[in-house]
Every structure is written in structure tokens, then in C-alpha cells.
Design a protein around this ligand. Structure first.
Ligand code: NOJ
Length: 559
């Protein structure tokens, strides 16, 4: 069937906004964000124009991995509120036309989850919920995800008298998905949140969820195809909700990611983050050379009509550069995080974008213009819209997870608790709330907040960006990315200058002549005529950006 209404597959032109309830807004003055606070700020999110809110884990947790270690799949962490507050949140979001997706963390549980507590006793009915071995494990120190804290994928447990498998921290034992009971439990938990109104899940660590390392041969034989399991999850979400999605975290080379979208009809993950595009974006920014990004985009696999790439600049983890070569990684480190305390695990940066760009507003805006014009669905991490920075005094990845900065008042307007009672300190210095906050930027039409809102508005008016037939356009400047997104009779050309010098970009647009012209969507009153061979010359300032909608004489579209 041909899909004509672009709102049908809502995720293809969504604007996703990731937030953590505990750092967004504290309403009960205990120094930690909560659902009531989030609900009080829901109009801010709706005015910003985002259409899908992704909540990081808010479940009961042992809190050794900022909520990614769950002790109860059916609960709300009591410090953040209760199930009623959650339902109220979903209702308020949906009332305002925003969908909600939640983190699904099922590669592992917390070691304090009742299943694991029981599983430690030999003979427990939950024993096979996890992956055990009796003999001494081989050296796996080269495979650990967090090398600062772990040196093996196996941990000996005295009570169990055996080693258990953990991909991440030792406090996060991996679930054994070859066990049908585990798979049923996962579906049941998903069904619960879907019934409460969520529109799908951001699925944590997907390749690890379906891996079967350490599972014994007999069990493995009963579990033939891990991808069949992903298809099962997707089918379930579809059955229960009709249009619910799975947005998967798979930091893999593009060719491997393709498998996670499923077959020709895209029957596994609905969306995947484009980690390769993101890493090459930073390489391009560091070199002021658009070619690495252009290459990554050209090589990005085409996906089924209902599948989608999720594009992003930063997320809640380290800015991983693990798929670049060591030399390329060093270039990005040198440009954006030369100080060892800015780096993490030798593979990434624990920084937000504005400090990496030395706060240069032109460059910052150019990057967000790129994010919203690249083919795919853009994902923002809270605080990006106002240009928040990191706090390097906070250990590890938490440096970028500081409280949202609402005003220049005490605690950045995030909480009325004593500053010493804040669960997570704020950012300080030039990116602290005195200088960077929502309240001030709301009053200033030239602020980043207004700029990002305008980008979101333009993005939402341009479904060709999300639905794109995409191509990189030939032009002579290596510092410029010129690309075109087309869908049906809509065509949009975007130009981005990654360097400080201005330039003029010659363009030739296929199938066009002097009956066509380009209308600049970001700069008012700017139209560019094409000649009889579809050619135009477009000027770009240093770090300049333009979104040009192609119009014909008889076009009835609003530019
Ligand atoms: C990926 C998440 O993004 C990260 O924050 C978490 O620590 C690991 N998965 C383990 O759940």
C-alpha cells in the first residue's frame, strides 16, 4: 500500500526529546526531579514543538547505573512519584499532541531484582532467568563495556556458588532470553506500559539483548534465531497499539544495523539511532570538512518505508567515537576534548556540544540546523535547546546529566531545596544557570531556544526531511555539505558550511529550469532564481546554513 498521509507513520517526522524525570523539575523540594514537576513543565515542551517524549528509566532501581538497573518493571521510583503521576503525565502529553516512549531495559536487571535475589539460591525457579557457569571463566577483560569499573564479563557469586554473566556493571546480571519464561515476562512488562498509554520503547542495548554468549548449548539449540525474537517484540507492540514503535540503541557499523531493521518490510526495530552518522559528524566538525559526514550518509543503508533512522548530536552517555579509527578519534579529542578529564574509556567525550564549540553561536546553530535537516528523525537531549554545558566535577557519564536550567535563580529554578540537598549538582561557570536558562531565553527572540523552536517548526512543515529520498549534491567546496531531501513533489536543498570562511556554492538541480526558484525557509524574504539549466549560485556565510525549498511557477505549496 502506498502511504499518502505522512502523519500516518508518526515517527517518520517526529521530533523526539529525551529527558530524565530526576533532573527535569523538582516540585516537592527534595532536591530531585519528579513527575509532578515534569507535568508542571509540559507546556514548555509542547511550545518547543517536540512531538515525542522519551523518558529515561524512572522505575524502582538500585541506582548503580542511574536507573538502568531496574528492581521492578511495573513500578515508578517512589522518589519520582507514583503510577498515578505517570498516567497523568501521559494524559497531559497526549492532550498536547505529544507521544511518550519509555526506556525498555531488558538486557539485564539489577542484582537486587527479586528474580536475581532468588536465582542466587541453587534450585530456585528463577535460576535460569540468568546465565551461569560453574567453571572459571576465560579472560574477557578486553570485552567489557565499562573498563574503568569492570575487568570481566563474569562475576563469581558466593551464595550461588557460580559465575554469572553481565555485559555492563556486575550489579547488572544479564537476563537469559533463551528462556521462554523470561521472554514472556518481558512482553508482559511491555504490555503493561503500553496499556498505560505509551507509544513504544527506546530499547536499551539491543545487540546485547539478543546475544546468547554464555548460554548453554542445549538451551541455545531451542532458541534458533535471535532476530526472530526482535520480530516477536515488534509484532507484539503492533498488535497491542497499532502504531507503537521500537527505537533501538545499536551502536554497530551500518551494515550490521541493517539486520536489526529486519526484512524488506522492516519487521524488527522501527527506528535506530545513527551512531555512525553522529561520529562522522564530529570528525567533519573537527576537520571543518564535510566529507566524512557525506560519506557516512551516502553509505547509510536504505531502509523500508516504515523504518527510520534517528539522528542525534548528543545523548545521555559519553559521546562515543568507538567506530572511528584511532587517528580520527585523536583528531576529535584534540579538537573537542584535549583534556584527559573530558575523555572517557579512551573512546569518548563526556561533554555537551556548546563547550566543545567554545560557545560559538554560529557554529552551534549550524550544527542544529544540520541535525534538523539531515534525513531522519531528530532526537534532542534535554537542555540542548538552550545550550547547556557539562559539569566535569561529576564523575563519568553523569557530567552531562545535570539538572535542567529553568531560571537564573538558586538551583537554576530546578528545585527549591538547599543547594547541598540537590541529588545532582548543576553546571557551573559560563554554562551555568546565571548565563544559560529557559526564562531569559524565552524573552529573547535571538536566543538559541527561539532558534531551535523555529527549526522544529520548519522541520515539522517539511515532511520531506523525515521521509527523504536523500542525496548528497555535488559541489566544489569540501567544507560544505549540500544535500537534497525529496518526497512526492516536495524537494528541499540544505547547505551547511562547516568552516569559518564564507563561500558561494554552485548548484545544479536535476529536472529544473528557469520556471523554478528556491525559497529560503530560515531567512526571510530570500528567493533564488534558477537558470534555464536548473543552476544557481548560493552564498553561505562562515558556519552558514540554508534550507531551500524548491518551488515551481505553478506550485501551490506554502514555502
Ligand atoms: C545503554 C545506556 O544508554 C547506558 O546509559 C546504560 O548504562 C547501559 N545501556 C546499560 O543499561
Amino acid at each position: 500500500m502506498r502511504i499518502t498521509d505522512t502523519s500516518d507513520l508518526w515517527w517518520k517526522s517526529a521530533v523526539v526529546y529525551c529527558l530524565d524525570v530526576q533532573t527535569f523539575m523538582d516540585w516537592n523540594d527534595d532536591g530531585m526531579g519528579d513527575f509532578v514537576g515534569l507535568n508542571e513543565r509540559i507546556d514548555y515542551l509542547s511550545e518547543l514543538g517536540v512531538t515525542c517524549l522519551w523518558l529515561m528509566p524512572f522505575y524502582p532501581t538500585a541506582d548503580r547505573d542511574d536507573g538502568y538497573d531496574i528492581t521492578d518493571y511495573y513500578g515508578v521510583d517512589s522518589r519520582l512519584g507514583n503510577a498515578g503521576d505517570f498516567v497523568e503525565f501521559v494524559r497531559m502529553a497526549r492532550d498536547r499532541g505529544m507521544r511518550v516512549i519509555v526506556d525498555l531495559v531488558v538486557n539485564h536487571t539489577s542484582d537486587r531484582h527479586p528474580w536475581f535475589r532468588s536465582a542466587r539460591s541453587p534450585g530456585s525457579p528463577y535460576r535460569d532467568f540468568y546465565i551461569w557457569r560453574d567453571d572459571v571463566p576465560p579472560d574477557t577483560s578486553g570485552q567489557v563495556v565499562f573498563p574503568d569499573k569492570e575487568d570481566s564479563l563474569w562475576q563469581y557469586d558466593e551464595k550461588a556458588g557460580a559465575w554469572y554473566f553481565h555485559r555492563f556493571y556486575r550489579s547488572q546480571p544479564d537476563l537469559n532470553i533463551t528462556n521462554a519464561r523470561v521472554r514472556d515476562e518481558i512482553l508482559k512488562a511491555m504490555g503493561y506500559w503500553l496499556e498505560l498509554g505509551v507509544s513504544g520503547f527506546r530499547v536499551d542495548a539491543v545487540p546485547f539483548v539478543i546475544e546468547t554468549t554464555g548460554v548453554d548449548a542445549e538451551e541455545l539449540a531451542r532458541f534458533h534465531d535471535p532476530h526472530a525474537y526482535l520480530r516477536e517484540l515488534r509484532e507484539f507492540v503492533g498488535r497491542r497499539t497499532g502504531d507503537g514503535i521500537l527505537l533501538g540503541e545499536c551502536n554497530l557499523p551500518h551494515r550490521d544495523q541493517k539486520k536489526f531493521f529486519g526484512g524488506a518490510d522492516g519487521d524488527e526495530l522501527t527506528m535506530q539511532f545513527d551512531f555512525i552518522g553522529m561520529q562522522n559528524l564530529y570528525l567533519s566538525l573537527a576537520r571543518e570538512d564535510a566529507r566524512p559526514l557525506a560519506r557516512a550518509l551516502k553509505r547509510r543503508p536504505k531502509v523500508a518505508e516504515q523504518s527510520q533512522w534517528a539522528t542525534f548530536v548528543r545523548n545521555h552517555d559519553e559521546l562515543t567515537l568507538d567506530k572511528l579509527s584511532p587517528g580520527e578519534r585523536d583528531e576529535v579529542f584534540a579538537a573537542f576534548g584535549p583534556d584527559p578529564e573530558m575523555q572517557l574509556y579512551g573512546r569518548g567525550l563526556r561533554r555537551r556540544l556548546p563547550p566543545m564549540l567554545d560557545g560559538d553561536p554560529r557554529r552551534l546553530r549550524m550544527v542544529y540546523s544540520l541535525l534538523f535537516s539531515l534525513p531522519g528523525t531528530p532526537v534532542l537531549f534535554y537542555g540542548e535547546e538552550i545550550g547547556m554545558g557539562e559539569n566535569l566535577d561529576i564523575p563519568g557519564r553523569l557530567a552531562v546529566r545535570t539538572p535542567m536550567q529553568w531560571t537564573s535563580d538558586r538551583n537554576g529554578g530546578f528545585s527549591r531545596a538547599r543547594p547541598s540537598a540537590l541529588r545532582r549538582p548543576l553546571t557551573e561557570g559560563p554554562y551555568g544557570p546565571e548565563h544559560v536558562n529557559v526564562g531569559d531565553q524565552r524573552k529573547d527572540e535571538d536566543s538559541l531556544l527561539w532558534f531551535v523552536s523555529r527549526l522544529i517548526k520548519r522541520y515539522r512543515e517539511s515532511p520531506e526531511l523525515g521521509w527523504a529520498q536523500f542525496q548528497v549534491l555535488d559541489q566544489p567546496h569540501r567544507n560544505v555539505l549540500a544535500h537534497e531531501c525529496a518526497h512526492d513533489d516536495r524537494r528541499l536543498v540544505a547547505l551547511h558550511n562547516l568552516s569559518a570562511g564564507s563561500c558561494t556554492v554552485p548548484l545544479t538541480l536535476d529536472g529544473c529550469d528557469s520556471s523554478h526558484h528556491l525559497v529560503d525557509l530560515l531567512h526571510a524574504d530570500c528567493e533564488i532564481d534558477l537558470d534555464d539549466r536548473g543552476r544557481a549560485e548560493v552564498g553561505l556565510d562562515g558556519y552558514g546554513y540554508r534550507w531551500l525549498r524548491l518551488m515551481s511557477e505553478d506550485s501551490r505549496r506554502l514555502a
